[in-house]
Write a protein that binds this ligand. Structure first.
Ligand code: TRP
Length: 446
């Protein structure tokens, strides 16, 4: 059974896959700009606390359910529900999760498509194809449609190949490259004039902001999105972890990698923005805040690369390679959620499920591309600000209030026999039972 559904072949493989899911546009784009507009290190500080105090326990909840059930989100939640009512709730939460993550993928793929287009731009310029380069960087329905399809084809291709030969193989190649590219870019950008001001904006805390409710809400949303929580992604990845693996340890490694890369990305993006300012690029919007939305990635940074002369072409190439890699290792983890369900629940063949579900998501993406203004923000808001927190809340309820405590302990003990005497078991059950659900609701109703 286990081999039929696939399993990560090593700890490294799982870590690359799960951190690949976690590390995405949310880290490299979302985190630094959130930090910049919310008081720099004051946001960083709040984020670190929330990530370890709230997001890590919720991540553990998903990994434990997943590995216990060794099944997709719907089947897994049903298997830990004792009564008829809780099983109905399980089906609902599992399904809403599958729908939510599919819609998240539909907008994520659009932005990822932009990243691929910008990745090809420096290549076109090196080849002297200036017309093509211009087309690649101009926001247009045709360009956006083509690149969303291209991106989804890559995603479907990897998911078709399965857990070990698809997800694990690609994540193990791509994630180390991502870390190397990120490190090289930081080392280069940090030497440029103006970079110091960016580091100061990022790392000097404005503690007057720390009590700001908007900062808390942003930090919590950022932490949940970044750790891919609430929609069954980590549950499904957890279902492919070996029973010999120590869950609390690998869960904390995933959280550390995710947070670490977000913090590092801040050391690239903010210095880069201030280098751009130094080179005469506009980096503030009309209200005086740093440009943070799509404008940052598709206009501020490319304008910066243009001011760097010949080196700029390579920097642009490296930067958009980084963004494309980050997107792809995240998008595969999103598509895996509905595909695992289709394969296990409806007996579909993996390749067919990947292509069929991937195509439906692509169609939804295209509808959004064609109706960008009304739809894009709507889908982002409903999935990440409404659905995801409520689902995260429900996952905590399942683990802490519906599932039997002894079964949880037995599950963690596999691979971590000493868990009962350790710190994790003293704190975590209480946390997911009381602190996490209450905190999620409080922030939600903010
Ligand atoms: N965590 C990824 C990022 O930071 C995105 C992501 C992957 C995600 N899987 C998810 C977000 C599931 C929400 C739900 O970009």
């Amino acid at each position: 059974m286990a081999s039929a559904r696939g399993e990560f072949s090593s700890r490294f493989g799982f870590l690359m896959a799960a951190s690949g899911s976690a590390v995405g546009l949310g880290n490299i784009w979302g985190f630094p700009t959130n930090a910049a507009s919310n008081g720099g290190a004051a946001f960083l500080f709040t984020y670190l606390i929330l990530a370890f105090a709230l997001a890590y326990p919720a991540l553990m909840a998903e990994l434990i359910i997943g590995r216990h059930a060794r099944a997709n989100a719907v089947t897994a939640l049903r298997s830990i529900s004792p009564g008829q009512k809780s099983r109905l709730l399980a089906t609902t939460v599992g399904f809403v999760g599958i729908l939510t993550v599919s819609f998240i993928l539909s907008f994520y793929a659009i932005v990822s498509g932009w990243m691929i287009a910008f990745f090809f731009d420096p290549i076109a310029r090196i080849l002297g194809m200036d017309g093509l380069a211009q087309w690649l960087t101009e926001d247009a329905v045709l360009r956006n449609s083509l690149f969303v399809v291209l991106f989804m084809v890559f995603t479907m291709y990897i998911i078709s190949a399965g857990v070990k030969d698809g997800i694990e193989k690609w994540a193990s190649r791509l994630m180390p490259s991502l870390i190397v590219i990120l490190a090289l870019l930081i080392l280069y950008v940090i030497t440029l004039p103006g970079a110091g001001d960016g580091l100061r904006a990022y790392l000097v805390p404005d503690f007057s902001r720390i009590a700001d409710p908007a900062l808390l809400v942003d930090a919590m949303g950022q932490a949940f999105f970044s750790l891919s929580l609430g929609v069954g992604t980590m549950l499904v990845y957890g279902s492919y972890i070996s029973k010999k693996e120590n869950l609390p340890t690998i869960g904390s490694l995933v959280a550390l990698l995710d947070v670490g890369i977000a913090v590092l990305a801040g050391m690239l993006i903010l210095p880069a923005m201030y280098v751009a300012l130094n080179n005469g690029v506009q980096i503030f919007d009309e209200s005086g805040g740093l440009i943070a939305g799509p404008g940052l990635i598709v206009s501020v940074l490319p304008a910066l690369f243009n001011t760097m002369g010949a080196v700029g072409v390579f920097v642009a190439f490296a930067f958009f390679a980084l963004m494309t890699i980050a997107s792809l290792t995240s998008s595969i983890s999103m598509l895996e959620v509905p595909v695992a369900y289709g394969v296990e629940h409806h007996g579909l063949e993996r390749r067919k499920a990947a292509i069929a579900i991937g195509s439906i998501v692509t169609l939804v993406s295209l509808v959004i591309v064609f109706n960008f203004d009304p739809l894009f923000d709507l889908v982002v808001t409903y999935t990440t600000e409404v659905s995801q927190p409520l689902l995260g809340f429900s996952f905590c309820i399942f683990v802490a209030w519906i599932w039997k405590r002894n079964d949880i302990l037995e599950e963690i003990k596999q691979g971590c026999p000493e868990v009962e005497s350790g710190l994790f078991w003293k704190i975590w059950p209480f946390y997911v039972k009381f602190i996490c659900p209450v905190a999620i609701l409080v922030v939600y109703f903010q």
